[in-house]
Design a protein around this ligand. Structure first.
Ligand code: ADP
Ligand code: ZN
Ligand code: ZN
Length: 744
């Protein structure tokens, strides 16, 4: 007898374990790991969907009480068994249900009706077909005559004619066509036509000659690869240093060995340009996978991948789960980007999952960034990843000059506008020269942090060293809260540092910036890119293309505009308030700030004209700003690592966030207290909180967070398992849910 372990497709925590079923004799052949099945479930034998995650010859329970699988869904997509193990690993490490984890690795679970084209081809040479036609005409086989005539009328006789066209335009019935096929006059063939989301023409490019630094990397990684060595590499290269060119050269080698490649990019907005570039180099065997594809398109890309018709899959996070059977390499460009972490359960980080998938299947991983995450750089320093560096821009473009404007001095000079003196001067200059300008508004941290506009002081929690966030109380923003430990204090009237009254939440939107630009530079053409202007499918792309084509002088935007795009005519980037992102209540605030500034600066002077960057800030002395102004990643990394060491944050230590959710605020509070107490039982673990989460309430669901810090990752995983167990016994808190964040 064969038994199957089945995971039931319901997101209910208590059912999140395999249930054993008997595989009936007639299904033995189709019962494979990953198959979708229909099973009777519970006392009512309700029919539910599930997935086989294991097969064995041994019964775990009384065989007479074990139920049988009802059906194996034939058109269900079979998950590769290694993707199922990956789902299991995600569940174990990030704390989600198996069902949610399976959904993450299997974004399309149902077959979507295939597009099939049927063609009718002649089986005999032209002259013979003409004779047959004559004969049919004599016998008055009108329908058959119409079909043969249509074939003969085709411009290219051998190309055949579409079955549908024959039916529609020549009134051919299926019976007539079948009869012609039986008489071996024609042949009907069915071609599976995949939906292909890549619309490209086949212009191929001419690869540049690699520079010395690039060549060293390509040679080293290729040599490893050919020698069967599989590793994780980190390429630290300034923007425009030719990382993508390096990826492409290595990919070429991997494909030449008959293996496949996943190319991850941080967001959909970048798909178009990356795909065009890869298509020009590699042609049709490149495809894309992202959330804006239709279900049918997604399904077909996975089918093509499985069938071995694709060598390179490009896309954001979800492309990581492409079912390649001969995966040789995963490339993750801009590996520091936050978009690589999933915000919905399972809350995994694509970098960690990529490294794990590669290890499971014998592939290598290349991480690339101009501003590597602290994690990756730390691992590279420790020798776990192999580090390579690209120090200058490829193709001769020079790095921009960077000017730092101290906004406190501007205020002293009674300049209250958002444009400091230097920025104004350079903007006038560029408008005159008809070169383009990007104004970047750092919107992270805009909500709620409190700072002094005179001295730059940012109010921080005395226990956690993260910024306090202003909260509404009695309709006024006058309560300051720490989102890590829950510390509260009233909003001071004067700056505790310099006693000025210029203290408060500082916030300005892109709309306001646009208005100010129009007032100050009425003759300039302005484009604005933010969540309001980019609704609709190709919103981003349209604005970026408009700007690239020179339809405006100034582009105003938030984080979206700093990523990856190439605008050769942009010679000035203005960063309006560089330090805003320092003020978010998050231990990664300085890292994010450095990354944003370095990336924004990278937008200037990518063509042959040199660029300028003006970095306006209230905290010119902060190490992340000092380092960004010098484009000094190492300097930043060393300072930041010290902070992480002092406060025991990743990558030096590990942190587990436990999010407690319910509509009942009292339950959330009580349960959080109980959980925190359980967590405090562990030695070597520092527990912070509970406190309201940064997003304290969403859609009427209250959110509290508890943090646990520990050097040993395994202890945190134990805590997660313990809390999951503990929750099972909490009758009173049935309405509450937990979510876990590991090092996010
Ligand atoms: P990154 O991915 O690091 O931003 P890219 O690979 O996109 O860098 O390279 C930036 C620009 O320089 C691109 O236009 C690319 O075609 C060009 N480039 C890359 N390598 C070379 C090279 N060795 N010689 C000349 N141009 C190059
Ligand atoms: Zn002050
Ligand atoms: Zn605190």
């Amino acid at each position: 007898m064969i038994f199957a372990d089945v995971i039931v497709d319901i997101s209910v925590k208590s059912l999140d374990r395999p249930f054993q079923y008997i595989v009936p004799e007639e299904m033995h052949e189709d019962a494979v790991i990953g198959a979708m099945v229909i099973i009777p479930f519970g006392s009512g034998n309700r029919e539910l969907k599930g997935y086989i995650i294991g097969l064995s010859g041994e019964a775990k329970f009384d065989v007479h009480k074990t139920k049988e699988i009802k059906e194996i869904v034939k058109q269900g997509v079979v998950a590769e068994s290694h993707l199922l193990s990956l789902a299991y690993w995600i569940k174990e490490n990030y704390g989600s249900t198996m069902n949610d984890a399976i959904k993450a690795v299997l974004p399309v679970r149902r077959e979507i009706k295939k597009k099939i084209t049927r063609m009718v081809y002649p089986c005999v040479v032209r002259s013979e077909l003409e004779q047959i036609l004559q004969e049919y005409a004599r016998k008055h086989y009108k329908a058959k005559v119409r079909v043969l005539q249509a074939i003969l009328d085709q411009e290219d006789y051998e190309e055949g004619i579409s079955y549908e066209v024959l039916q529609r335009d020549h009134k051919a019935t299926p019976a007539v066509l079948r009869s012609l096929q039986e008489q071996e006059v024609v042949r009907i063939s069915e071609n599976r036509q995949y939906r292909n989301p890549v619309h490209q023409s086949g212009i191929s490019d001419r690869p540049p000659v690699l520079n010395q630094e690039q060549q060293v990397i390509v040679d080293a990684i290729t040599a490893d690869y050919l020698a069967g060595v599989r590793k994780t590499y980190l390429i630290h290269g300034v923007t425009g240093s030719g990382k993508t060119e390096v990826y492409m050269r290595i990919i070429e080698q991997v494909i030449a060995q008959g293996q496949q490649v996943i190319m991850l990019i941080p967001e959909i907005a970048l798909t178009f340009q990356t795909v065009s570039r890869f298509y020009r180099r590699f042609g049709e065997r490149v495809s894309v996978m992202h959330s804006r594809l239709s279900q049918g398109e997604k399904f077909d890309q996975f089918e093509r991948a499985k069938a071995g018709e694709i060598d390179i899959m490009i896309g954001p996070r979800s492309a990581l789960f492409t079912p390649f059977e001969r995966l040789g390499l995963i490339v993750m460009d801009e590996e520091h980007e936050t978009s690589y972490q999933s915000e919905m359960p399972p809350k995994y980080h694509a970098r960690e999952v990529a490294v794990h998938r590669a290890a499971m299947t014998g592939a290598s991983v290349i991480l690339g960034s101009a501003t590597p995450s602290l994690e990756s750089y730390y691992r590279a320093q420790k020798g776990r990843y192999r580090l390579f560096t690209l120090t200058h821009r490829a193709g001769g473009a020079v790095l921009p000059r960077i000017w730092v404007t101290d906004l406190r001095e501007e205020l002293e000079r009674k300049n209250r506008s958002i444009f400091g003196e230097k920025l104004t001067e350079l903007m006038e200059d560029r408008l005159q020269k008809r070169e383009q300008i990007i104004l970047f508004l750092n919107r992270r941290g805009y909500a709620g942090s409190v700072s002094c506009r005179k001295c730059g002081e940012v109010l921080k929690c005395p226990h956690c060293s993260v910024s306090l966030t202003a909260h509404m109380r009695y309709g006024r923003l006058d309560q300051l809260v720490c989102h890590y430990c829950g510390y509260q204090t009233p909003m001071p009237a004067l700056c505790p540092n310099c006693q000025s009254k210029y203290i408060g939440t500082f916030g300005i939107g892109t709309q306001k910036v646009e208005q100010m630009v129009r007032e100050r530079f009425p003759e300039a053409g302005v484009l604005r890119m933010d969540a309001d202007t980019t609704t609709g499918k190709e919103g981003h792309e349209k604005i970026l293309q408009d700007f690239a084509s020179g339809s405006a002088d100034i582009l105003i935007g938030t984080q979206m505009i700093v990523k990856g795009h190439d605008f050769p005519n942009v010679t000035l980037v203005g960063i309006l308030a560089a330090d805003l992102s320092l003020n978010v209540g998050d231990f990664r605030a300085a890292e994010r700030t450095y990354q944003l500034l370095a990336q924004a600066a990278g937008r200037a002077g990518r063509g042959d004209k040199p660029g300028d960057v003006v970095l306006q800030t209230y905290q010119p002395e902060h190490y992340s700003i000092v380092a960004a102004a010098k484009q000094d990643y190492m300097g930043f990394y060393q300072q930041e690592l010290i902070q992480r060491q002092i406060l025991q944050y990743p990558p030096v230590s590990n942190i587990l966030g436990v999010l407690v959710l319910s509509e009942d605020l009292r339950h959330v509070r009580e349960l959080s207290e109980g959980l925190a107490e359980q967590m405090r039982q562990y030695e070597q673990v520092v527990v912070l909180g509970p406190a309201p989460a940064a997003l304290a309430k969403a859609k009427d669901v209250h959110r509290y967070i508890i943090y646990a810090k520990c050097r040993d990752y395994r202890v945190l995983r134990q805590i997660k398992n313990m809390l999951e167990q503990y929750m099972k016994a909490q009758e009173r808190y049935r309405d509450c849910r937990l979510q876990f964040d590991f090092n996010l």
